[in-house]
Design a protein around this ligand. Structure first.
Ligand SMILES: [Zn+2]
Length: 70
């Protein structure tokens, strides 16, 4: 799995199962433009976003692992 430098900005997207995934801002914008509410998360999953008003869920460990902190 390719590691992503934390210099890139990420948006936290909570899926309906309560897991918060990290989506690269560029991909988040692409998801918004497509209008179907699906975003490609850093862990490789396609996340169907829950309501934007939903509380943040448990962080996805795979997303955290693929975004290198520094
Ligand atoms: Zn994830």
């Amino acid at each position: 799995m390719a590691r992503v430098r934390s210099g890139a900005s990420f948006v936290r997207v909570t899926s309906p199962d309560g897991t918060s995934h990290l989506v690269a801002f560029r991909l988040y914008e692409a998801g918004l433009m497509s209008g179907d509410g699906r975003y490609a998360a850093a862990c490789g999953r396609t996340v169907l976003a829950a309501s934007m008003a939903a509380a943040p869920g448990r962080p996805c460990p795979l997303c955290r692992a693929s975004v290198t902190p520094d």
